[in-house]
Design a protein around this ligand. Structure first.
Ligand SMILES: NC(=O)c1ccc[n+]([C@@H]2O[C@H](COP(=O)([O-])OP(=O)(O)OC[C@H]3O[C@@H](n4cnc5c(N)ncnc54)[C@H](O)[C@@H]3O)[C@@H](O)[C@H]2O)c1
Length: 368
């Protein structure tokens, strides 16, 4: 099977935020696709982490640097000369944006500006995919899907920082990346995802599996909230499809794309926890989780993405149904906590499963 038309094979691919959750999945997939990966992150954000468990530091060129450091970003991009750049580094936790708004804004807004600034003076061809979030949209609490042309905004600082990053990208595009500039830029907007290897704070799946692995139960709030549970490989496949398409077609330069889940994947938190906890063999649901009525900060209502643009221009669609998504998540954590398996192989085999599902569903990027 040839994936993404072999666009990444033998290519130099620079990732920021490679030690994080999405970054570790993207690094693994790029390695499977035969890319030479260079990663830039300021730290390894969690303990344990997918990055360490998969020993990714020894499989790629790992650089420790802060995206807020402009001279460092300039120097790294000039030296590494990437063919592709995926910018994922961010302060990505909403609750942290309440405790440290300055860190959130400087990382997410100034960090993005620094990547653009380093690319601005570059004279070498490079495709850059910049990752923001579905939270960049002004959430007007309506029931329709948000389109790429809808207004930007954000009531909490994390969301505002992602909206602000989008405005910075837009102004840089109009001011500097026109005509025959060698750099092509695309923007990826996706929502919350689940998957093995996530140990970030305040994420429901990891709070649960961590507690269950220690024989405890978890407290949950908003048990009846409905969420479209999307596997991390879905938006990551979108970022890769966008990179490929930008390399092939200059007309896509400057465009933003939503990568959202299907509506049929929606389930309540309670249903998700019931399905996830089953393999852990609890006698009843009470021993797996307790419902508490304590919402610590404002959380906006569900924001749905309209993904027609990604379907039209990239032929991108999400692949997995709810059962397949939960299966991959549960299997990954079971392999880690119970089987003490070699997690790089487990991760590559999950990517293989995902690629096969995409090929069976005749996704363009998975066609040989
Ligand atoms: N996980 C999700 O559900 C989700 C949803 C929507 C958007 N996103 C976006 O996707 C991207 C990746 O998210 P994630 O969940 O993998 O995040 P994560 O918290 O797991 O990882 C963050 C990464 O950014 C790096 N980083 C943070 N501050 C940095 C700095 N100042 N300089 C250099 N590196 C820095 C960390 O070292 C880490 O590698 C982010 O841009 C995030 O906003 C994530």
């Amino acid at each position: 099977m040839s994936m993404f038309a072999n666009s990444y094979e033998g290519k130099r691919v620079l990732l920021t935020g490679h030690t994080g959750f999405k970054g570790s999945w993207l690094t693994s997939w790029l390695l499977k696709l035969g890319a030479n990966v260079v990663g830039v992150s300021k730290d390894v954000p969690t303990q344990p982490s997918m990055f360490d468990e998969l020993k990714l530091g020894s499989r790629i060129k790992h650089i420790q640097a802060d995206v807020r450091d402009l001279p460092a970003m300039r120097e790294i991009i000039a030296r590494e000369q990437p063919d592709f750049l995926f910018h994922l580094a961010a302060q990505a936790i909403v609750s942290e944006s309440y405790t440290d708004p300055v860190e959130t804004i400087s990382t997410n807004v100034v960090g993005t500006m620094n990547i653009l600034e380093a690319l601005r003076t570059s004279t070498r061809a490079c495709v850059a995919v910049l990752i923001t979030s579905d939270k960049c949209y002004d959430n007007v609490e309506w029931e329709w899907g948000y389109k790429e042309t809808d207004g930007l905004g954000g009531k909490d600082v994390y969301s505002g920082s992602k909206g602000a990053a989008e405005l910075v990208i837009r102004s840089y595009l109009h001011s500097f990346f026109q005509d025959d500039h060698p750099v092509r830029i695309g923007v990826g907007r996706a929502g919350n995802v689940i998957g093995g290897g996530d140990w970030a704070k305040d994420r429901i799946v990891v709070d649960c599996v961590r507690a269950w692995s220690e024989g405890g139960s978890v407290e949950i709030r908003s048990p009846h909230a409905t969420r479209p549970w999307q596997h991390v490989l879905e938006p990551v496949s979108g970022y890769l499809a966008l990179g490929q398409a930008l390399a092939e077609r200059r007309q896509l330069h400057g465009e933003a794309f939503n990568f959202g889940p299907r509506a049929e994947q929606s389930r309540t938190v309670i249903e998700l926890l019931g399905d996830l906890s089953r393999p852990w063999g609890f006698a009843d649901s009470d021993s797996a989780y307790r419902i508490v009525d304590n919402v610590p900060f404002h959380e906006a209502g569900l924001l749905k993405l309209n993904c027609d643009k990604a379907l039209f221009h990239l032929k991108w669609e999400s692949n997995l149904d709810y059962a397949e998504t939960i299966g991959l998540v549960g299997d990954w954590y079971a392999a880690f906590y119970r089987e003490k398996a070699e997690m790089f192989s487990v991760t590559l085999s999950q990517i293989e499963t995902y690629e096969r599902a995409a090929a069976e569903r005749d996704r363009t990027w998975a066609r040989s």
